[in-house]
Structures are given as structure tokens and as C-alpha cells.
Design a protein around this ligand. Structure first.
Ligand code: ZN
Length: 464
């Protein structure tokens, strides 16, 4: 059978057709990509949540979306904690729990130590270590961080730098001890630098017994809202200015290693929503940029220096107890990381409406992709039609008019289809290359209306 001429093919098949032409010889029974009619998706599960009816307040719409996005994965503590200061007066009771958590190795290069309500992450670097936050008191730095470092074989004197996530004492006090004892820069969002200086009267009490009443700081420009990099002992660290909880709060990413593999963990620097509208809007903007950063950087999990907020404390406990099983509980994957941050985003949007009911922000809905795939081979065995049928859903049901792209790993072949009213789309592509064992990736880049943003999602399957 002659090769198909390229102009007869749909654009999506051009790459595959080019391969066919280039390889010469071999029969081709598939001139046009098609969808394997045997591909049937399982019946759609009933949506777990019901969309808030028309007329629901903006505030409630965002809280409901936070609940829906949390789903079963984050239905308990995370949903409650991310929205705590939106729905409650006062601080969460977990902030009262001062039980010590001794230095715990979470990854080859990352440790947690402190108390159950607040603590520090120690990032081991080539010749020393970096501290994210500093402990609530100088005594805790002296009595928890320092002996913990020694227990882990890290010389406390090899302190290379520290950074409180924001200018509240429970995050920076202990860095006073570390800097006084070992030197080293302390980074801080510029709008919070004054909090660590001698002009802040509380430091005279908090730093009692020290020779000075300030921490020497290196300011990171708060007004720069794109990711910034600080380099500590040769290690580049991504930091993101996220003002809101305080004017100079920073969030960011820490690298976490297991053997020769490096993962990424995102932290949200200041939990506790502001009580003024301008700050609440900044907090929301920071949550959105942190989501986008975690997406762009394909982040693998979250950490929090108030470790109960994002479930980190339970993971530390599991590692300490040896009940984490064969996998590191912090590595929840990018989809779950983004799901957690989508709950934070919706809680942040609800807070804006708690302060001004008239503000309208679209809700950010998480989505999921289900997929069935096949590869059909031509009679001559050297031409393959790869196809998939996918369904895209949000917590309330199917997502219509969503563009899905299929990519076959190791080839340039792609195809694109748009979901129907049942959220289903299907397309096929041709390739001359063997498909067995290759991964077919379906991706939905997200879409939006004035009222809703559907967040992107994906799925992959290995072809038989
Ligand atoms: Zn704070």
C-alpha cells in the first residue's frame, strides 16, 4: 500500500506522517488518525459536591470551592487550617501546643525541629546549613536547634544563612541566637526589615540577655513580585515575595534530596489572613502567584513552619514513628500540591469578600482527567494509531469545551480535541515508531469564564 500523501492528513498527524515518509518502505494501513471505537470510559462517578446555587454570596462561593477543591484528600485539617482565620475569630488551638519535636531528618538534606506549633527547617548545604525560620525564642534555638544539629552530625558553627518567612517573633527570634553565636546573613522581606531592627521595641525584651537588640538583615525587595533567588553556600534558593500576612512575608521553594534525586517543596510564608482589604487582596495575589510558581516549577510537595497547617506535622510524626511506609510522605506530587494551594487560594478569596462583599473574583476549580488509551497496529506492524478518550471533571461534574492535548512520549506526535457536554473528548495520532511501553500524556491547560477558572490537570498512561 502506498504511503499517504501528507496533504491528505489532518495537521495533528503531520509529524507522524513525516516520520512515515522519512522511513520509506513498509506498508501503511492507517492513512488518517482515528479513535479506537472500543475505548469506553467507565461511567462517570456522581459529583461529590453540589455547585452553590445562583444568589450564593461571593464569600460563601469561595468557601464552598475551598471545600470542593480539598475533596477527600484535604477534607480534614488542611481545609480547616487554610481557612481558619477566615471562618474563626482568634488563633487555631494547635498554636497552643508547645510540645518539642526533636530534630528529625525528613530528606537527606532537610530536617525539622522545634515545637508542634512552630519550628524551623534545616537545609544542609555543601559546607554548612540554611535555616528557614528561627524558632520562637533564643532559648529554643539554643536548646532545640543547636543540639539537634549536633545529633545529626551538622556543626552548628557552619550556619551559612537564615531567613524568617516574616517579621513576627515566633519566626525570627531564634535567628538572633544563631547570628550572634555563628554570624551569617539573615534575609528578610524588605517591608518586614524594621521588625527585626532596634526600632522595634519588642526586641529589647525578646532579645534580653543579648549584647544588642536587633538582627542584622539582608533585605529582599518586597516590591519584586516575581521569583527571586538567594544563593546560600552555592545553593540557589527560590523566594517569592507574598505580602499580606505581614507587609514583607516571603514564600518559596526548598530543594529536598533523596540519593541523587532532587525534589521541590513549596512553603507558604505567613498563614493568617489580614484584617484590612488592601492586605487581604495582596494575600490573595500572593496565594495565586505561589500556586503558579508551584505549577511552573513542578513542585512535589509542601512544607510549613507552622507544621500543622499543611499536614507537615503528621508527616514528621510518621517519619519519626517509622510508619510512613516505603515512600516519603512529603512527596505528594504536583497535582496534590496544587490542590492544597488551590484551597489556600479560595480561602484567601473568601477573606477578601469577608471584608468587602461586593468584590467579585472568579472561583478557582481543580480538575481531574480520566483516560482510556490504546494503540492499534497496521497489518504490516510498522504503523500505529494511538488514541485516547478522556473525561475532564471539576468537583461539581463534567467540564465542557475544554481543550485536551495528547502527546506520545518520544515522538513529536500530538492531537487535540475539545470536551463535549459530558466532559468527554477523544482523538488519535499516527506514529511509525513502536508504541509498546511508551507513555501517552493527556493535558488540559485550563480554561476560564468571568465567574470560574478551571485549573489545568493531566493524566498519563503507558501503552501496551
Ligand atoms: Zn505571623
Amino acid at each position: 500500500m502506498p504511503h499517504p500523501s501528507i496533504h491528505r492528513l489532518a495537521p495533528a498527524a503531520l509529524a507522524a506522517a513525516t516520520l512515515l515518509a522519512a522511513c520509506g518502505g513498509g506498508g501503511s494501513d492507517f492513512a488518517t488518525p482515528f479513535v479506537d471505537s472500543a475505548l469506553v470510559l467507565p461511567t462517570a462517578a456522581a459529583p461529590r459536591f453540589t455547585e452553590p446555587p445562583a444568589g450564593t454570596s461571593e464569600y460563601q462561593r469561595h468557601l464552598d470551592t475551598a471545600t470542593a477543591n480539598a475533596g477527600t484528600e484535604f477534607a480534614g485539617e488542611q481545609r480547616r487550617q487554610w481557612c481558619y482565620s477566615v471562618e474563626n475569630v482568634g488563633a487555631p488551638p494547635e498554636l497552643q501546643n508547645t510540645t518539642v519535636v526533636p530534630m528529625t531528618r525528613l530528606f537527606d538534606n532537610l530536617y525539622y525541629a522545634g515545637r508542634r506549633w512552630v519550628g524551623v527547617y534545616v537545609l544542609k548545604t555543601a559546607n554548612g546549613y540554611f535555616l528557614l525560620d528561627g524558632q520562637n525564642t533564643l532559648a529554643d534555638a539554643r536548646e532545640i536547634t543547636v543540639p539537634g544539629l549536633v545529633a545529626m552530625g551538622i556543626d552548628p558553627a557552619s550556619f551559612k544563612a537564615g531567613m524568617p518567612t516574616h517579621g513576627h517573633g515566633d519566626h525570627y527570634n531564634g535567628l538572633k541566637h544563631m547570628q550572634d553565636a555563628y554570624g551569617g546573613p539573615v534575609y528578610i522581606g524588605s517591608a518586614d526589615a524594621a521588625a527585626l531592627s532596634a526600632t522595634n521595641p519588642r526586641n529589647t525584651t525578646a532579645f534580653a540577655g543579648s549584647a544588642t537588640n536587633f538582627i542584622t538583615t539582608t533585605a529582599l525587595p518586597t516590591e519584586v513580585l516575581t521569583p527571586q533567588t538567594i544563593t546560600v553556600d552555592g545553593q540557589a534558593l527560590t523566594v517569592l515575595s507574598t505580602p499580606g500576612h505581614t507587609p514583607g512575608t516571603v514564600s518559596g521553594i526548598l530543594p529536598a534530596t533523596i540519593g541523587d534525586k532532587t525534589y521541590k517543596l513549596v512553603y507558604w510564608g505567613g498563614t493568617g489572613t489580614p484584617t484590612t482589604l488592601p492586605l487581604a487582596k495582596q494575600y490573595l495575589d500572593g496565594a495565586e502567584r505561589t500556586y503558579q510558581l508551584a505549577k511552573a516549577e513542578n513542585v512535589d510537595g509542601t512544607i510549613h513552619t507552622h507544621p500543622f497547617v499543611d499536614g507537615s506535622l503528621a508527616k514528621v510524626d510518621a517519619i519519626r514513628a517509622g510508619t510512613a511506609g516505603g515512600r516519603n510522605p512529603f512527596l505528594i506530587g504536583n497535582a496534590s500540591t496544587l490542590r492544597s494551594l488551590s484551597v489556600l487560594r479560595e480561602c484567601s478569596a473568601a477573606k477578601v469578600n469577608a471584608l468587602d462583599a461586593t468584590v467579585v473574583n472568579p472561583v478557582w476549580l481543580t480538575t481531574t482527567v480520566e483516560m482510556v488509551v490504546s494503540s492499534l497496529t497496521s497489518g504490516s506492524g510498522d504503523n500505529h494509531n494511538v488514541s485516547a478518550r478522556v473525561r475532564i471533571s471539576d468537583p461539581y461534574g463534567p467540564v465542557a469545551n475544554a481543550a485536551v492535548t495528547l502527546r506520545l512520549a518520544g515522538t513529536t506526535g500530538t492531537c487535540t480535541a475539545t470536551t463535549d457536554s459530558t466532559g468527554v473528548a477523544a482523538c488519535g495520532l499516527l506514529t511509525y515508531l513502536p508504541t509498546k511501553g511508551k507513555t501517552l500524556q493527556a493535558s488540559f491547560d485550563g480554561t476560564s469564564t468571568a465567574a470560574k477558572v478551571w485549573l489545568g490537570s493531566g493524566a498519563s498512561a503507558v501503552l501496551n
